[in-house]
Ligand binder design. Structure first.
Ligand code: AKB
Length: 319
């Protein structure tokens, strides 16, 4: 593990991944070395980090100033519009998902940053490829604005690494399931909402069909994987566009069956909306052997342990 002193900036720190990653990074590097940022105004308890900067990542001057002011070495650049929201605001999605990434790569190229993390997604794959066990190197054919932006971002990551040696690392996250912060605007969000509704009302209407399988990952495993990748020695990070991450594979009806083991009167209805078409273009399962081999990816949670953990935590959180 590399453990040089790092000064970290997290963009999108108040989002689903950012909320939990901030806590972990503070534990690892000390609160005083972690700067969380987001669009919201500062208020008491907004973040675990030692500092909070209200930051619009499309304002390059502001981003550069924060990086200079805090002597930032490493950026976890999480600010992004997800798949559902991107379809509604395509031009903004393109601008938000790409331009700030390239700006950060430029800063790294100039030597102002040492390392960048940038999340990609299983949305890069798209139609015309086998649904199951989708490999690292298949031809990408995204059918969504979000997927197109992530595919382009991956190519920029690889370009800056190959051309300028920028140490940028990336993961293609599957759907992420967590209870601390809500998911926001994604196609896999049903797998988070279903738990809230199960615990609060014992019923849920899914916007994804009962038999549509997608790859999913519990947030604890996602954070572990992100830290593993970011602390791996440089030479072990062989893929510089983005690493596949598979996690679990399940359908809404399989997840409902799992939830019923703890909440027996739980009922689910299915009313697919525009996100069904997006889900239909995505893989059902992912081959993540490259990440396992290169930097030791592993998982602690399966569908059963994840469901029990989600329900227990939400029962406490929601009272
Ligand atoms: C989404 O559904 O948009 C995201 C993703 C899979 O990248 N959760």
């Amino acid at each position: 593990m590399e453990t040089p002193q790092e000064k970290i900036l997290i963009t999108g720190a108040l989002g689903q991944i950012g909320t939990e990653l901030t806590v972990r990074l503070c534990e690892m590097y000390g609160k005083e070395n972690v700067i969380a940022s987001g669009l919201e105004k500062w208020k008491e308890g907004i973040t675990e980090a030692g500092y909070y900067e209200r930051l619009d990542v499309t304002n390059f001057q502001a981003v550069t100033e924060v990086i200079k002011e805090h002597n930032i070495t490493t950026v976890y650049h999480l600010a992004s519009l997800l798949s559902g929201t991107s379809e509604k605001q395509p031009m903004f999605a393109w601008k938000l998902n790409l331009d700030p990434l390239i700006h950060l790569c430029e800063l790294a190229k100039e030597g102002r940053l040492k390392k960048i993390f940038w999340p990609s997604s299983i949305a890069v794959f798209g139609k015309g490829i086998p649904k199951e066990n989708v490999g690292q190197e298949v031809v990408l054919n995204p059918k969504t604005v979000y997927g197109i932006s992530k595919m382009a971002g991956e190519k920029w990551c690889e370009y800056y690494f190959e051309k300028y040696g920028v140490d940028i690392r990336s993961i293609r996250y599957p759907g992420l399931i967590s209870w601390k912060a809500p998911a926001g605007g994604g196609t896999t969000d049903y797998a988070v909402e279903i738990f809230y509704e199960a615990v609060e009302n014992a019923k849920y209407t899914s916007f994804i069909k009962e038999d549509t399988a997608m790859p999913m990952l519990y947030m604890d495993d996602a954070i572990d994987a992100t830290i593993k990748l970011m602390t791996a020695p440089k030479e072990q990070v062989k893929i510089r566009y983005s690493y596949n991450l598979g996690g679990m594979r399940f359908t809404p009806s399989e997840l409902a069956t799992e939830i019923k083991k703890t909440i027996p009167d739980f009922e689910v209805k299915y009313e697919p909306d525009f996100r069904q078409e997006i889900a239909d273009s995505w893989p059902a399962s992912i081959d993540d052997s490259a990440a396992k081999q290169d930097w030791g990816l592993d998982y602690k949670f399966d569908i059963s342990s994840m469901s029990i953990d989600m329900i227990n935590n939400l029962k406490t959180k929601l009272g």
